[in-house]
Design a protein around this ligand. Structure first.
Ligand SMILES: [Zn+2]
Length: 345
């Protein structure tokens, strides 16, 4: 079978590998349907030094699959079902896992596609516990976007920032995968949404997703515009994932007692923090990584009800991976790039 493997920094190739054995107890064999690309794939491709990994590494951290066979003792999924796959290999036994807070697992062995082999391959064996069944009305693309794109955002907005209806939120990079999900989720619950984009062309698309105010950050200082829009009050919540480039401006955009939730830090991981502003303004910061499996289920329910929808930039085959990652690196996308794994998709 085929696997899309990273063999060196910035070198990904399609390789023939052995298919999985029959599923072991508690495991399932999946036929992978679609893989969604994320910034973590760009990091892996660039060869980020902090990742402990062995090459070649099969890429792909976010995906959907169809259950082909189940191992002994599996009861949560059935053959033929479409499932969304949790992206980290968690223990399933620690207190956090037992309480459904898998992204705080004490014995996590890594993130698929980054530390461990990922999902860009025809078939894979995976613990059944890492699977969430897609409800009717959610297709293979939607299920592929539940773990990171929508699940991460559900966790950031609702579990961490505790966003409330009627609040004002600044969503950075509204054209990114998680930005486009955050605009929809916040707007649909009745928030006022301000977002930033990097081109005039993306402004219209962000408005179409429900953003009330769209700022081209290449032309305007976003923090100045945010203060103007909010009549100098600032926003209740900032949805950060850009990091170094936007951090200071994000702090200036927050109202007293405001909350900032961050993941990703795609422009750089280190920044300065004005501690006087932090305590005098009583700002609250939340670091967020991954999601709970319940966030994936919630996200797919909202897709099934038409509350949110996947925003797709392009769908490519395995041979389109280099172009896709380059476009992500240079921020030339609006929404998600997906890899088609099942040829019948
Ligand atoms: Zn655990």
């Amino acid at each position: 079978m085929r696997a899309l493997q990273l063999t060196d920094d910035r070198k990904i190739e399609v390789r023939e590998v052995d298919g999985p054995d029959a599923p072991a107890p508690g495991e399932v064999t999946l036929r992978i349907q679609a893989v969604a690309l994320n910034h973590i794939d760009v990091w892996g491709w660039r060869g980020m030094a902090f990742a402990k990994r062995k090459l070649p590494l099969t890429v792909g951290a976010e995906a959907s699959g169809v259950v082909e066979a189940i191992g002994p003792g599996v009861s949560n999924v059935l053959p033929g079902q479409l499932v969304s796959i949790y992206g980290a290999r968690v223990c399933g036994h620690c207190k956090a896992c037992r309480e459904g807070r898998d992204n705080l697992c004490e014995h996590v062995s890594g993130v698929h596609g980054f530390h461990l082999d990922g999902f860009a391959q025809d078939r894979i064996n995976i613990p059944a516990r890492q699977l969430v069944v897609a409800p009717p009305g959610v297709d293979a693309i939607g299920a592929a976007l539940a773990p990171v794109t929508f699940g991460t955002v559900e966790h950031m907005l609702f579990d961490n920032a505790k966003l409330q209806p009627g609040e004002t939120i600044l969503v950075h990079a509204g054209g990114s995968g998680i930005g486009s999900a955050a605009i929809q989720l916040a707007k649909k619950m009745g928030c006022m949404v301000i977002t930033t984009v990097g081109s005039d062309e993306k402004m219209e698309k962000a408005r179409a997703l429900g953003a009330d105010h769209v700022i081209n950050y290449r032309e305007d200082r976003f923090e100045g515009r945010v203060r103007k829009i909010t009549k100098k009050k600032g926003v209740d919540v900032v949805f950060e994932h850009v990091g170094a480039e936007t951090w200071a401006g994000s702090m200036l955009s927050m109202k007293r007692g405001g909350r900032l939730v961050t993941c990703g830090s795609t422009s750089g991981v280190s920044t300065n923090v004005n501690l006087m502003m932090l305590f005098q303004q009583q700002l609250k910061f939340f670091g967020s990584f991954g999601c709970r499996m319940e966030n994936m289920a919630d996200a797919m329910q909202k897709m099934a009800q038409g509350i949110v929808h996947p925003v797709i930039d392009t769908i490519v085959d395995f041979d389109g991976i280099d172009t896709a990652l380059s476009r992500m690196e240079t921020r030339q996308v609006f929404g998600k790039i997906l890899l088609k794994v099942d040829p019948d998709l």
